[in-house]
Write a protein that binds this ligand. Structure first.
Ligand SMILES: [Zn+2]
Length: 132
């Protein structure tokens, strides 16, 4: 699956809904697992309790017994319908890493022709300096 196809998949699940308590689904995520399964998720923001689209998609993957991610992308759609690819927040970066250490090599899609590895978005991820 190409970056473009995964971006389209993530965009397809976006469905913004506002309630008096929160904002749902303005961000969508699609990921490809190690076994080439595609999982999707949307955001849910209620007060200080936020679940990012990435962690919703990863939750579905884990429910299916998978832990390794090949590629992941999140998109945000604004009020005018424009779609933006957005990188994972700090919490999601750490979450992806801790779901499986090999996910440090997960490709994070930033554009149709641009990806970075998760470890590039986690500076000093392997900094463990023993103190004398
Ligand atoms: Zn996040």
């Amino acid at each position: 699956m190409t970056n473009k196809e995964l971006i389209i998949k993530a965009t397809s699940v976006v469905k913004t809904r506002r309630t008096k308590n929160g904002l749902f689904g303005d961000v969508g995520c699609a990921l490809i697992s190690d076994k080439n399964e595609v999982y999707v998720g949307i955001s849910a923001d209620v007060g200080s309790n936020t679940i990012c689209a990435e962690r919703n998609a990863i939750g579905s993957m884990i429910t299916d017994g998978e832990y390794k991610i090949k590629k992941i992308v999140a998109v945000w759609k604004d009020a005018d319908g424009s779609v933006f690819v957005i990188p994972p927040c700090g919490n999601c970066r750490q979450f992806i890493r801790e779901v499986n250490e090999e996910n440090l090599n997960t490709e994070i899609i930033l554009d149709i022709n641009k990806t970075v590895l998760l470890k590039e978005l986690l500076p000093f991820y392997n900094w463990w300096k023993k103190q004398e």
